[in-house]
Design a protein around this ligand. Sequence first.
Ligand SMILES: C[S@@+](CC[C@H](N)C(=O)[O-])C[C@H]1O[C@@H](n2cnc3c(N)ncnc32)[C@H](O)[C@@H]1O
Length: 218
Amino acid sequence: MPTPPPPAKPITPTGILAAELAAIAQQLATLPSLPEEVIQHVDRAQKLAAGLDPYLEACTSPESADLARIAEKTAQESWQQRFDQGTTLLPLQREMVSGQVQGQALKLFVHMVNAKRVLEIGMFTGYSALAMAEALPEDGEVITCEIDPFVIDFARSLFQTAAAGQKIRIIPGSALDTLDQLAAQGDRFDFVFIDANKSDYVNYFERLLDKELWRPTA
Ligand SMILES: C[S@@+](CC[C@H](N)C(=O)[O-])C[C@H]1O[C@@H](n2cnc3c(N)ncnc32)[C@H](O)[C@@H]1O
């Protein structure tokens, strides 16, 4: 039987807060004389923080089986080993993947602006690209930029069996170069999701506006 993947690290602000509060509670428990009230306050704060993400997930529409498959395959992959062996260009991590809440929020935004053409900057294993594709009409398209060849192949094989996978076109390479190419071709997008290397966010944003790649819907 394959070994189950290790539990994901907390990545949301409230998840991290809950973990920090749990660590504080553990340390407090070792101190000899602390008022019971202090321990109870920390315990209540920890429980409140730890409950927020599960609450959001419970209130959010479920993901499709295709999205669940991407999440599962991403969690099963040994990302550190892949990077150490030189299989991935970048030190990628399973925590980079969007989950149910982010994916369903993206679908909602795509619906809200009635988007037909979506641009994604930073695809990873394809979760957010597929979530947005699921919200598009049959003739809609997601163009997604990704620099890492390993995840490009990884996502491509998962898109092949996904119901909305044929609406996704992957453009390999550096996203800034891709934006220049798309602009030179006169491409325009109704919705853009920037989710690649943070150091270039401002450049992506400026490029989208300067080259009129983003066409806000009225
Ligand atoms: C946070 S992950 C994207 C997660 C994905 N959007 C999702 O929600 O599941 C960031 C991705 O951006 C890619 N990336 C980093 N720098 C890039 C660049 N300069 N051009 C294109 N892709 C880049 C990384 O390889 C990685 O796969």
